[in-house]
Write a protein that binds this ligand. Sequence first.
Ligand code: PLP
Length: 406
Amino acid sequence: MNEAFDDDAPLHPDTIAVREALPRSAWGEHSEALFLTSSFVQPDAAGAAARFAGDEGGFIYSRFSNPTVASMERRLAALEGTEAALGTASGMGAITLIMLALLKAGDHVVCSRSVFGATLKLVGAEFAKFGVEASFVPQTDVAAWRAAIRPGRTRLLFAESPTNPLTEVCDIAALAELAHDAGALLAVDNCFCSPALQRPAEFGADLVVHSGTKYLDGQGRVIAGAVCGSRELIEGRLLPMQRSAGITLSPFNAWVVLKGLETLGLRMRAHCANALELARWLQREPAVARVHFPGLESHPQHALAMHQQSGQGGAVLSFEVAAADAAGARARAFAVIDATRLCSITANLGDTKTTITHPASTSHGRLGEEQRAAAGITQGLLRIAVGLEHVGDLQRDLARGLRAPT
Ligand SMILES: *Cc1c(COP(=O)(O)O)cnc(C)c1O
């Protein structure tokens, strides 16, 4: 923090989000500078030697570290309440880095079966090539997580909460306890909530994963990622692998995320308010059979979500259109999408712009019909990542398709 307070009371997250950064450079720039440089000039030969040996702080090369990236990392770590953070090229880069750094052949991972599709593929298929085994368990069934642990071999539990598109919420504290009893670590993908709502480390998670591409940027501009955790894990174990593997965040993308973080709290409050109002409205629409949103009292983990997410439901919701059969449901869902004029037909989320998707034919399109049914992804399911447009306009946009004669 540039300006220290004279008492020890912690600063509010909204203040941290605006102020936490490296000190200003000699030029006194007010907005944090964008350091577009691949390398850094060393003071002299002995200084270079000391920095390369790690005996002295200071920047060397932007694959290792960069002042703009470091400011983003400091700000995000402060918001997550962790000692340290590392920026990575993408959210998937963050998960790859964790697995490369912490796992070896013969190790075992327990992972929620409802995590992001690319995470499923990375954990289940890509790392199997290197002899890392994985078990996939139902997101909300703590007993299944416990039963899947292989004593002495399970090194990592991986969860995401809430999940996409059904917004299932896992009990982070219960999973942390399971992991620690087994001598394993818990990593939580906090993409859907961001630290403005949920700080998994407070509930015992060892590592917090971010796709900065989503709410941290907040305006759909860059691909970015990060991992937050203790200094021991981040600097001791992940950083050496990051330097070797080059899973580095570009300074430009770090700068966009750094500035995005300044409005994170404000944006998340507005996103959540819009989403709750839209979810309640959808519940009243006759053409809607079911709404999945943690902010609704009808959500099966509503109480847990409110406890973990600062009393907020987040801004991603899904709903099922009513229909007699699967073909009718699909036709109705497509008609709702095609009747929109505002909602963007794109799978991204965490943007100021509202997006709408049909999971069964896009994000979950490669699953067999049976797998899809097991995962609860029906043909009538639509996912909405609620943006910052006026909610009345979003309702009008969806009503056009929902209220059309069938
Ligand atoms: C988008 C996303 C990712 C992957 O992030 P990228 O930045 O696209 O690599 C991981 N987890 C969740 C929950 C996501 O939504």
